[in-house]
Design a protein around this ligand. Structure first.
Ligand code: BG6
Length: 483
């Protein structure tokens, strides 16, 4: 179903995110028939270009990030005709009059995507207002990092609140746009099966892992100042934790969902230093040239920034009080794998012989690379060998279960941009959520700084530092294998 006609201005329209995600995403929605004919996409950036120059940039990006055989030339030409461009200076006056003229009198939904560093958010917002473009109907989209601690996040929220209402601000966490992340809510709240068992009485522990094989790539400058805690845990892992742990909201609407998520974050215990592991990747043994160590990659021989974090935390509420949550994320690990695992407790009593074997039910929700849900169920080993118990997976890989349609991958950004146009904030972070997440993260980071903590080394291509394995082993538990 096409969305209503819109004008989307992308500040930072020639930047990496716009080229890699936003524009290819919009193009895919266009090919799927979701973008109406009247829609306009206006790139705005410092680069001196005219509309036709911008169309070339976008055509090249689409060629690079979407396979050539996935679209026709006509589709591309048609899409490009929706594009316009204004060279603009976010800190000066150049280009604002031209942008204002382009937007004047448009009856469409207006959205401004701030695909730029957070230090420009305030300047953009102020100029949008000054030039009469920030009316109470328009929407703005802002990217992470939303601040680098509670104080800066608060400041950003206050600045944006000077010009816009909260219901106009769409803070992106692209993990919320992932198919399985939304499915998590469908599975939890659309089935009778899981919810009664979804608490400390039946759940032994929950693991959340986001393992990546990529290193810091071309983002050394940003990453070395951020580290995995700010880059991944404060936002993506926190959002996953909220969705897995929150109480059922009364309705699937933005504030009902976000109220429940906020309660989870506010109920999180501070993390004790001995429940925290930081790591920094070394080179891949035998492949040092191609897979160099972190410090070489960021060109900072003394860097103490972490590329890996593992931690244990608790949620202090009735539902979860005694269930530990283990979170782990790292770059250059053995495999790309994002997974949430709910490990249920043992049955209270086994009627079978001791050597029959005993298995816990494990519900594993894979976000990527293969989206799906698997439930480990104990059954009798087939055959004449007597009552021996084995664990078999009830597998629901969506692509297999749902056939062609289920396999259609809609990128997180595509979905989220369409939600902006639809005016649906459910999958966006509210200001108080972001602040609460920083309030929990800040003491962890300042603790490291105060202790002059040096991250533990781990080999590229491994499961992370041995201390992370130890963190689990001390509790007689194990991480799911990444590879
Ligand atoms: C980004 C982080 O938000 O998420 C990156 O800044 C990380 O460091 C990326 O690589 C992971 O996203 P995805 O969708 O590839 O899991």
């Amino acid at each position: 179903i096409p969305v209503d006609p819109f004008d989307l201005v992308i500040f930072g329209g020639t930047g990496d995110l716009a080229r890699r995600k936003i524009l290819p995403g919009l193009f895919r929605r266009f090919c799927a028939g979701q973008m109406p004919r009247e829609a306009r996409i206006i790139g705005a950036a410092r680069t001196e270009l005219d509309a036709s120059g911008y169309r070339d940039v976008v055509a090249e990006a689409i060629g690079e990030f979407i396979g050539h055989h996935d679209y026709t030339k006509d589709q591309l030409t048609d899409f490009l005709s929706h594009l316009d461009y204004v060279p603009i200076d976010a800190l000066g006056e150049t280009g604002w009059k031209e942008l204002q003229e382009l937007m004047a009198g448009s009856p469409h939904i207006e959205a401004y995507y701030f695909s730029v560093g957070p230090r420009l958010f305030g300047d953009l917002a102020e100029r949008l207002q000054r030039w009469g473009m920030a009316d109470s109907e328009c929407r703005i989209v802002v990217e992470k990092p939303f601040g680098r601690d509670l104080a800066t996040a608060r400041e950003l929220n206050q600045t944006l609140a000077t010009y816009f209402n909260e219901d106009q601000i769409y803070r992106i966490d692209h993990y919320l746009g992932k198919e399985t992340v939304q499915n998590l809510m469908a599975v939890r709240f659309g089935n009778m099966l899981f919810e009664p068992l979804w608490n400390a009485q039946y759940v032994d522990h929950i693991q959340i892992t986001v393992a990546e094989t990529v290193g810091v790539g071309g983002r050394a400058e940003y990453y070395d100042k951020a580290g995995a805690m700010r880059d991944m845990v404060q936002n993506h892992l926190m959002q996953l934790l909220c969705l897995i742990a929150m109480e059922p909201p009364a309705r699937f609407d933005p504030d009902a969902v976000r109220d429940e998520k906020l309660k989870v974050i506010r109920a999180l215990d501070p993390v004790k230093p001995h429940h925290l592991v930081r790591g920094q990747y070394g080179a891949e043994p035998g492949n040092e040239e191609e897979m160099p160590d972190y410090r070489t990659a960021v060109d900072n021989p003394r860097s103490r920034t972490e590329s890996f974090v593992a931690l244990k935390t608790h949620i202090s509420n009735w539902r979860w009080a005694s269930t530990p949550f283990y979170l782990r994320t790292g770059k250059r690990m053995a495999a790309r794998s994002s997974e949430i695992t709910v490990v249920f407790k043992d049955t209270p009593h086994s009627i079978f012989a001791e050597d029959a074997g005993r298995h816990r039910n494990v519900l594993s929700i894979q976000l990527q690379p293969n989206e799906g849900i698997t439930l480990g169920v104990t059954i009798k080993e087939p055959g004449p060998g007597g009552m021996r118990l084995i664990d078999v997976p009830l597998d629901m890989t969506f692509a297999e279960a749902l056939g062609e349609e289920g396999a259609e991958q809609v990128d997180a950004y595509e979905r989220l941009i369409m939600d902006v146009i639809r005016g649906n904030q459910t999958l966006f972070m509210r200001g108080d959520e972001v602040e609460a997440a920083w309030a929990w993260t800040d003491p962890i980071i300042s603790g490291w700084e105060a202790r002059n903590d040096v991250p533990k080394p781990y080999d590229s291509g491994s499961e992370g530092p041995t201390d992370a394995t130890e963190l689990m082993r001390r509790d007689s538990r194990e991480w799911r294998k990444v590879s």
